[in-house]
Design a protein around this ligand. Structure first.
Ligand code: URA
Ligand code: CA
Length: 434
């Protein structure tokens, strides 16, 4: 096989065979096919697309390019959740404990992440003593014992995706549905999930800005998953404003604990129940979404979900007293209140720019090397659709530095107040099962 023939084939809009796709991915991972040929192919795919079979083949070729986690020693159906990412997205922590409390094993590998705040792993590290490195044996044992473990990425998962993503990033070929969908799905499949629930975000703070794009990506990923034997479904949820109130690592851990008590922000609580009920059904622990939702609510009101969260923290060496006393989490030196300068309705809280404010305080990484300040961030007091009186608090800034006038100005310019009534955005926009 010659790479140039494959490039020409795709350039002309033809379909690539399974063997051709494997040849490309194996050759590129091994360093035998040069970047310039793969860039040309990525551009051809960008313009000519891939059909369902090609997308599934590309995903599996990337899965097979590296290690695959074997979770077969964990009892039960392993259901994983993936979010395409947003601002203040604290969902994983509360969701995992709720679902585990319903008997579905949660064996999760999470990332650190560039961006507005850290990833799930950074957030967990704001709990003193908590460690994210477990051997595979420890990982499996912990999930069998208490139904929940969250560890950092280990092993050499999907090296082909790492190389391809870096190449796409500098060749204008990131925004391609077949390439994004196969990239995301390959990582989930290599991490060992039997079943996958996707939370595809849409809006200003999301990777997919429009509902149409989010829907197309969701459909593509659901098809790939189901075509390669992993039951997959997706919900499309709002990311026009940050999720919940807290944006920042330790602040989001506290928010997750509140949510496990049933006292979380309405949107986060609802998102956990929506995603969770799908996971409980896929995990075979309930026969309908309604039954699953009732189980999740019961796990919250009975304290079972919070109890699993405590056990999970203790099992990974963390200080589980933070659950009863969240002030034991890292605290910022200063809390600065930002008050409304006019009365009306909150019509916009622009997720992306609010996220950048949290990052400027030190909650997120600007580059891979940046250190995160786990204690800092923002707590919103209003959400879109709320009424506001002049002088009401809009946001509390948790900060360790006082020269933040520019951040305060930025907050004012990205929280819009209007005289006309604005409705809260619809949180769950679509549920996609095929
Ligand atoms: N996120 C991924 O993991 N892959 C992509 O291609 C785009 C976003
Ligand atoms: Ca949040």
């Amino acid at each position: 096989m010659r790479m140039v023939d494959i490039i020409e084939k795709k350039r002309n809009g033809e379909e690539l065979s399974t063997e051709e796709i494997q040849f490309i991915i194996q050759g590129y991972t091994a360093g035998e096919i040069p970047d310039y040929q793969v860039s040309a192919l990525m551009m051809a795919i960008y313009f000519q697309d891939m059909n369902e079979r090609e997308r599934a083949d590309l995903t599996m070729a990337m899965v097979q390019s590296g290690d695959q986690i074997d979770l077969s020693k964990i009892e039960g159906i392993k259901v994983d959740k993936h979010s395409t990412g947003g601002v203040g997205d604290t969902t994983t922590l509360s969701l995992a404990a709720m679902v585990a409390a319903c008997g579905v094993p949660v064996a999760k590998m999470s990332g650190r992440g560039l961006g507005h705040t850290g990833g799930t792993i950074d957030k967990l590290e704001s709990i003193s003593g908590f460690h994210v490195e477990l051997s595979t044996e420890q990982f499996v044992k912990q999930v069998n014992d208490i139904k929940m473990a969250v560890i950092g990425q280990s092993g050499n998962l999907t090296p082909a995706d790492k190389k391809l993503y870096a190449l796409r990033d500098v060749t204008g070929t990131v925004p391609s549905i077949p390439l994004i969908a196969s990239s995301i799905m390959s990582k989930k499949i290599a991490a060992g999930a039997d079943s996958i629930v996707l939370d595809v975000k849409t809006g200003d703070g999301a990777f997919m800005k429009t509902l149409e794009d989010a829907e197309e990506l969701a459909h593509a990923m659901v098809k790939i998953g189901n075509n390669v034997g992993r039951k997959t479904m997706a919900i499309i949820s709002d990311m026009s404003q940050p999720l919940g109130f807290a944006i920042g690592n330790a602040l989001e851990v506290k928010e997750a604990i509140d949510t496990l008590r049933g006292e979380g922000p309405e949107d986060l609580q609802e998102l956990c129940y929506t995603l969770g009920s799908q996971m409980v059904v896929l995990g075979g622990k309930a026969s309908s979404i309604d039954e699953a939702r009732a189980m999740l609510k019961e796990a919250v009101t009975s304290g079972a979900a919070l109890n699993i969260f405590k056990q999970f923290i203790a099992a990974q060496g963390g200080d589980d007293s933070v659950v009863d006393d969240p002030t034991r989490l890292p605290q910022a030196k200063y809390k600065i209140k930002v008050a409304a300068k006019e009365s009306g309705y909150i019509s916009k809280i622009e997720a992306d720019d609010i996220g950048i404010c949290a990052m400027l305080l030190g909650a997120g990484r600007a580059t891979k090397e940046s250190e995160i300040d786990l204690s800092v961030g923002l707590v919103l007091h209003k959400k879109v659709g709320d009424t506001v009186e002049i002088g009401d608090q809009l946001v509390t800034i948790h900060t360790n530095k006082l020269d933040i006038d520019d951040i305060i100005q930025k907050l004012y310019s990205h929280i819009e107040i209007t005289k006309e009534k604005t409705d809260a955005p619809q949180l769950i926009k679509k549920i996609i099962t095929e």
